[in-house]
Design a protein around this ligand. Structure first.
Ligand code: NDP
Length: 405
């Protein structure tokens, strides 16, 4: 019998996850689907869209995932096989606690970050390893695109294309345009915390820190996207990949930003609007970045106005059969096509599809393995087969010395 699932979070990504799980349930991948969030009306409108697109009825519920007893009560009522955490990184540990208490499997798309420190690290979630293993439960961390597919791409290259890897560059290009002066394509608070943080990359066994967005390079993307400026950033998958890809000498992460986005971000930072510490305003405590996020467009509203492509992938250099070899493995995704299919832009889509595929891997027991795992620690083949089948086809090509980084 197909496994029942509980999805928590009904934002831009949660909507895609719910749509794609409903689509996959028509092929027997999942049983009953429940979508829960703090705002019930958002869950209900996603449920209505799913009914009209796929003729599938899903259940909805209201829950505050930071309240573990409330969450446990919902889990005990729904009795899912797996909880998909598509809320925010702040909820990760609370949802993992509830899964342990109720004996259900866990999946998320972003690693834990404390509210008062803009620093994400896996140490808090890796500390759950023994508790999940001892209870026979699986926790799959970072099943989005980056982290997520980029980790699986790395595992696939190591399985099929390289004997050793020396250099890894993950490059995330959003060449889409929403026509607004400034908007973020996923949760504004998380996005701005991530982008304004110091850069960090792995070289010869050590982390090297750089000033925020101080290093850049030009990279030419395929399928007519062309050459874009990419900025070095720290990104969470570097932490697990540096540990799990043996022999790696350097690992970096790059993201494209338009000059316009950077100009707005710089002004907002200079005037203190990206601060995460509370400030007193007329007797009230306000966190500047939370107020800013409140003013910015909701990422789930950008779908209808975004056009163009995303291209996310890994350039990997190493050795094969005693000779040097470099490959580029990537997906190109079209914002308009995503909107036509599920009513969302490509950033939510490229995160939501891998979350659904990760859930499918756990529910059909392909990736069911007690403990806490990053994506590169699983067999990449079945995941990448389903990823292509459910809307994110990918390509791996050899690259020349000039194209490799
Ligand atoms: P949104 O802000 O659009 O949605 C977040 C959702 O979580 C909202 O529905 C919100 O509910 C809900 N939520 C927040 N707090 C709670 C809580 N305490 N209890 C229950 N529900 C809660 O964010 P996105 O959809 O853009 O992003 C979702 C996640 O995906 C984030 O963690 C983000 O970092 C991650 N992500 C991962 C990527 C990857 O490639 N790995 C890429 C992009 C995003 P309400 O509306 O009621 O506040």
């Amino acid at each position: 019998m197909a496994a029942d699932i509980l999805i928590i979070g009904a934002g831009g990504v949660g909507s895609v996850v719910a749509h794609k799980c409903a689509e996959a349930s028509l092929k027997g991948a999942f049983g009953k689907i429940t979508l829960a969030s703090r705002t019930l009306s958002r869950c209900d409108s996603i449920a209505a869209s799913i009914r009209s697109k796929y003729n599938v009825s899903i259940e909805t519920a209201k829950v505050d995932a930071d309240n573990v007893p409330e969450l446990c009560a919902l889990i005990r009522k729904v009795k899912p096989f797996l909880v998909l955490n598509i809320a925010l990184p702040y909820q990760d540990l609370h949802i993992m606690d509830a899964c342990l208490e109720c004996g259900v499997h866990y999946l998320d798309t972003a690693n834990y970050e404390p509210l008062d420190t803009a620093r994400f690290e896996y140490k808090w979630q890796w500390a759950y390893q023994d508790r999940f293993r001892d209870k026979g439960l699986t926790a799959l961390l970072g099943s989005g695109f980056d982290p997520g597919v980029t980790n699986v791409f790395a595992a696939w290259v190591m399985k099929h294309e390289l004997d050793e890897v020396h250099v890894l560059d993950i490059i995330d290009c959003n060449a889409g345009d929403h026509g607004l002066p400034f908007a973020t394509n996923f949760n504004p608070e998380i996005n701005i915390r991530e982008v304004s943080a110091k850069g960090r990359y792995w070289e010869r066994g050590e982390w090297v820190q750089t000033a925020p967005l101080s290093w850049s390079m030009d990279y030419t993307f395929p399928q007519g996207i062309g050459t874009k400026k990419c900025y070095l950033m720290y990104h969470e998958e570097l932490e697990s990949l540096a540990l799990n890809l043996k022999g790696l000498k350097r690992a970096r992460f790059w993201m494209t930003f338009s000059d316009n986005y950077l100009k707005h971000l710089s002004v907002l930072k200079n005037v203190g609007m990206t601060g995460i510490a509370p400030v007193k305003y007329k007797g009230q405590e306000i966190v500047p970045i939370q107020f800013l996020a409140h003013l910015l467009p909701d990422p789930s509203s950008l779908g209808a106005r975004t056009h163009g492509y995303t291209c996310i992938g890994n350039v990997m250099r190493g050795m094969k059969d005693g000779a040097e070899k470099s490959v580029y493995i990537y997906n190109v995704c079209c914002h308009e096509e995503c909107y036509k299919e599920v009513g969302s832009q490509a950033i939510s889509y490229t995160t939501g599809v891998p979350a659904m595929v990760g859930a499918k891997m756990i529910c059909d027991k392909t990736w069911l393995k007690p403990g806490v795992w990053n994506m590169e620690q699983q067999d990449p083949d079945p995941f990448l087969k389903d990823l292509a089948a459910y809307g994110l086809p990918w390509t791996c090509v050899d690259v020349t010395d000039q194209e490799s980084l």
